[in-house]
Every structure is written in structure tokens, then in C-alpha cells.
Design a protein. Structure first.
Length: 309
């Protein structure tokens, strides 16, 4: 019963905070570029205004196009419920398995790309294919780094892996650190930051998947993408930075776990924003030159595990 309440609280917390952290990233980017930029709460205003506008879709699109915003947001909310965010264990154990999490993320991306193709817009379809190619470039590194920590912990449960790392009783410390670096890179790509970003300018190819959306559907997509940013960072925290999370269900431990999580989330968002503002846009066909390195790093983590380092 308590675990179910924690899962619901986590989902509500992430949904409410998502536009705030998204706006915070935009404010920081504007400050680093010496311009005024939008306000901290601008994303809340944008989502509210979009819900008041009519929902217009192409006559050639099918139910897939209309269902994608709902599926995207629902998937992210489900992930927020099952990840160990406040506690060191998954509130919903059956969904706390890292293989399940990978498949849920893959489902949201698949529906996202499918909706872009279903819109019958060449511009939208090209942007959707770009997102699919980027996922292909990083998924191998993500799975390999996850496999390393799963082998070390002897389980694919995110809570068990986090508890193992938090205990300090890890045989292959170097392998965990290298796997964490590789996984952090894949998480950065999942966040959609430069040069892997979903650009806001309609003239950019990256905006293609969202070109045909408007009104409440576009609001749900924006909210879903904002929630995804917190979810994937929470996944990284649960695996490699579980320190401070509640190891028990005592009220004091839960409050401390919540405060520590918010602090870690804030710091990581700041670091990600600093990294993003040091990046420049690159040509799409050159992205593979930046992603093959992380595949080698994750493979190196596996080698360190095999030799016992």
C-alpha cells in the first residue's frame, strides 16, 4: 500500500516539476549566451495556452498520429512510477527491471517515429528517421553498460543494482565507473541536447516530428518530452548515484530521500546545461563519429569486469 502511494507521488512530482526544470535549462542557456531569454515558468504558460487552442491534424493521418502524445506521456509517467526515485528500491518491483525500462523507452521512441511517418509530411518523416538513427547509434552502448552493472550486481533490478553500488561492496569498481561514464553519455543523448537536440526552430530538420502537431496534442508532447528528461536522469541517479535515497519506509528517510533527489537532479541539470552550451551543431551524418567512442567505452567496461578490475 505504501509502495503504491510512493509510486503515485513520484509520478505526480515528476509531471509537476518537468516544465520547471525544462524552463530552468532554457533560462540557463539564455544567461550563458548573454541574452534575456524566456522566464523560468514559461513552459507552464506555453502548455496552458496550447490546451486552449484547437487540435488540428492532417486528413491523411491515422489514429497513430493522434494517439502518440497520449502514449508518450503515459509511458513516461509509468516509468516515473516504477523507478527508485525517492527510495533505494523500486516502488513497483515488477516494473523496476532495467530490461522493462529499456523496452518502455524504445516503445515511446517507436511510436514517436511512427507518428512522424504517419503524418504524411516529408519534412516530418525526415525528422522522425533522424531520431530513429540516433537511437540506433546509442542503444548498443546503453545496453552494454547496463549489462556490466547487472553482471556485477547479479540482478537486472534497478533497485538491487543501486543498493549494491551504494553498499560499496563492489568487486569491479573501475568497471562500474567506466560503465557509468558510458551510460551518462547515452543519457545525454536521450535528453535531446546539442548536438543531438530536437531543435525548437521550425526551419530545422530536427523539428520535423512535431511539425504537424498543434493544440492539446502538442501540449501533451511537450509535457511528455519534459517528463522524459527527468525520468532518464532519475534512471542514471538510481543506478550510479543512489547515495542518500531512502533505504526504508520511515517518514524521515523518505523526506531526506526526496530532498537529496531534488538536489542531485538540480546539479545534473546544471552540468548538462553547461555541457550543452559548450557544444556546437554538427552535420547529421557526422553524429556517428561522436557516438562510436561511447560504444568503445562501454566495451572497455565489460573488459574491466572480465579481468576483475
Amino acid at each position: 500500500m505504501i509502495e503504491s502511494l510512493i509510486a503515485c507521488f513520484q509520478a505526480l512530482l515528476v509531471v509537476l516539476l518537468a516544465p520547471l526544470f525544462s524552463g530552468m535549462a532554457r533560462v540557463m542557456r539564455a544567461k550563458l549566451q548573454s541574452r534575456q531569454g524566456p522566464g523560468l515558468l514559461q513552459d507552464y504558460h506555453d502548455i496552458g495556452k496550447l490546451f486552449k487552442r484547437p487540435d488540428i491534424s492532417s486528413n491523411s493521418s491515422s489514429y497513430i498520429f493522434r494517439l502518440m502524445p497520449i502514449v508518450l506521456l503515459a509511458t513516461m509517467v509509468l516509468l516515473a512510477m516504477c523507478l527508485p526515485i525517492i527510495t533505494r528500491f523500486a516502488p513497483i518491483p515488477g516494473l523496476g527491471d532495467m530490461i522493462t525500462i529499456v523496452y518502455l523507452l524504445a516503445l515511446s521512441r517507436f511510436v514517436f517515429v511512427l507518428a512522424a511517418l504517419d503524418s504524411s509530411s516529408a519534412f516530418s518523416g525526415a525528422g522522425g528517421i533522424r531520431e530513429l538513427v540516433i537511437s540506433t547509434l546509442i542503444e548498443s552502448a546503453m545496453l552494454l553498460s547496463l549489462m556490466v552493472v547487472a553482471l556485477i550486481a547479479g540482478s537486472t533490478d534497478v533497485g538491487v543494482i543501486g543498493a549494491k553500488i551504494a553498499s560499496g561492496n563492489v568487486q569491479s569498481v573501475i568497471a562500474v565507473i567506466v560503465a557509468g561514464v558510458a551510460f551518462a553519455f547515452t543519457i545525454y543523448v536521450e535528453l535531446g541536447r546539442l548536438p543531438f537536440d530536437l531543435a525548437e526552430a521550425e526551419q530545422e530538420l530536427q523539428e520535423g516530428p512535431l511539425t504537424e502537431y498543434s493544440g492539446p496534442s502538442f501540449a501533451l508532447v511537450k509535457l511528455g518530452l519534459s517528463v522524459k528528461q527527468i525520468v532518464v536522469i532519475s534512471w542514471f541517479i538510481a543506478l550510479f548515484l543512489p547515495f542518500g535515497s531512502a533505504a526504508e519506509l520511515a517518514p524521515a528517510a523518505l523526506i531526506i530521500g526526496l530532498v537529496v533527489f531534488l538536489l542531485k537532479l538540480f546539479v545534473i541539470f546544471m552540468v548538462v546545461s553547461l555541457i550543452e552550451n559548450s557544444m556546437t551543431r554538427v552535420r547529421f551524418k557526422l553524429l556517428s563519429q561522436q557516438t562510436w567512442i561511447v560504444v568503445g567505452v562501454s566495451a572497455l567496461a565489460l573488459i574491466f569486469y572480465i579481468v576483475g578490475l
